[in-house]
Design a protein around this ligand. Sequence first.
Ligand code: SF4
Ligand code: SF4
Length: 747
Amino acid sequence: MKGTVLVIGGGIAGMRAAVELLLQRFKVYLLEEGTCIGGKTATIDQLFPPSEHAACAIQPLILELTSNPNATILTSSKVLSLHGGPGDFKVEVLTEQAGTKGDSQSTELTVGAVIVTKGPEIESAESLEQLGLEFNDKGYIKKDPHSNHPCRTSRSGVFMCGTAQKPKEIGELVVQACAAAAAAAALLAPVRGSELVTPTESTTLPISPTDEPKIAVVIDRGDVNLSEVLNLDEYTRTLPGVECVEITSYSDNGSKITELLGTGDFNRLVVAGPSPITHEYLFQRHAENTGLNRFLLEIVNLHNHCARVHSDNGAAATNKARILMKMGIARARLLEPIGQLRVTITQRCLVVGGSPAGVACAAKLAEMGLQVELVELTGDLTKVPGNDQQIVTPLLDRCRAQENIHVHTQTRVESVEGRMGNFKVNLVREGETTTVEVGAIVMAAVMDVENESEGAGLEEALALQRGEDGFYISTEGAMNLLDFDTAGAFNCGSARAMLTTEDALIDGEAAASRAACIIASNTMTRPPTISDVIDKNCDGCAYCVDTCPTRSITLLEFMLSGDIKKVVEVSERTCIGCGICMSTCPKKGIDVKHYRLEFFSEMVKTALENAGDEPVIVSFCCNRCAYPAADAAGSAGIQYPASIRIIRTVCSGMIHPNIIMDALTQGADGVLLCGCHPGNCRSREGIRKALDRKEAIELMLEDFGLEPERFRLEHIAASEGPKFAQVVRDMTDELSSLGPSPYRQNP
Ligand code: SF4
Ligand code: SF4
């Protein structure tokens, strides 16, 4: 049996299926008849619903496929023949040589399974006939007549998704691609990982803290030509530490970044243009691939936080773009290289809800050889709505019979701790609590707005949100229907939408694939942006210990030179980097790596330099809610005053009151702290901590002779772009009527 899969078609479904399999530790060939992958999505502007640019949405898939040594992309290629059976196919592939017409080379591949993602729309549709499948009169592949599964073809070991069966919307394409990947992964489970090539460790440029910053700046012109409109490049060259400024376009796929960093002349990278919310990971990968530590990257959000929201006021936009660039360069100068954390993964999944999607998910994970804890509130899986359907019966039987599925009936989730890869879940059955450890969580409960669901305890812990229709809200974007914002948690079946039983089963299997992408490996790298104790400042007062929402801080006492020394220690395994400890500590004894106090102070100082006549508002916006809300205002082009300078934070609870007072006493006319709505805080306690401190800040304002209106705390969800813009307008008006801050250098 071969642990390699051939995916035919390099469109969205093909790329998604291929990436799912790579993350589940299979080798992949991605075959595309055209000259590049990306399909039609790469050529359209926006996905529907219009929340993201299509090219941006598929970039992470392209990046994974082009940088993973276990993926081989075969463009200008088609299948000549397919022999063999499930687990061991021989595929003859014809590849047209680049730059030649008619000059072709034939290769034989050996694979364990095949996924066909394209149908009669491809030019070489006749090559699909070589696969030995059955087709309908329109040229689409027929389903296996002996199965209800839409991904099964009449040939065992050959699966289908995407437009192979019929035209589909992007959301459906993605779900089916994941389900097809799950089917192939289940077939090849015994040989998972057997053919993997170990990636060569990329060599990272050694950076010493004493090295002078040498910053390469790449300005992405985006849909507004920033270099012309804002005349930013010349100005940027004058900023300290900047060695080079290049204008480029995002569509160059990072080639300018690769070219610049490849010279070895730079030790920091600043990309000015797109939002870090959508592009940070991508640019980090580009940086890392050329040897620069990913945490030496800073992104200046010129598109959404400047050009698009001040397009009616060119002079204000130019001035603000310069300030944002200066703030970004100031932060970039301070950045430090940070090594990734490698943690072990609990290779078990919690499936919440014995609905059709839940049992399909559990059964598929078990088929993949993975462990499952299936939690159901009622006492009998057969009584769950939808499970009386004939197509669910075999799955229920498998859930009962499989040794690696542990079914907990009459059970609900009480609480969850930890994070992706290592969650600790407390389950309650008839008043008794048991704890299970899992690496991923799939929500598949039948939603009932009135009654308790088995996942009630998850909602608060994972900050899951429900829409007005009562279903859980997935991450925004058609590509992410199965994902929650909280990493490692997935949404499917009757938890996310009203689906037919057939669609719910596919949803469940697709969610199994998403979860397997995490738990099919026994280790993972984790962002090292966690808290860091500054031993020389920490006196062991322990104020931070109880405030930590993940109970990651332990007080240590030991003898040092005859004295009792107290200091705290942070668990790398559970710290989520929220920074609540950092904003609690009175001694600067604890920081969050990459979001250090010093970085905030420097950005605030820079934001206030050369303030003009207009009010200046320094705004701290949480990464998960308010910052993306400002992006949403930008995407929609909602205009608001250029008075605001946004500083990104992990959580609203990480901002120490001293940072706010420092901004105000250094001359900011106002400070706007924006976080999530209460109950939606991803750090669980962050926004509550920020609210708790509001009164203390107001007292300090009084002590410093400042009006209470100069500080605002707002709750803004990621989707509330118009609200963000309105808050900025209101606060600017209010500050204008108050007049400049008495602490202004140039009042
Ligand atoms: S980090 Fe700060 S709050 Fe925590 S024990 Fe040390 S000094 Fe006290
Ligand atoms: S960053 Fe958050 S999770 Fe980590 S130790 Fe501090 S308070 Fe706890």
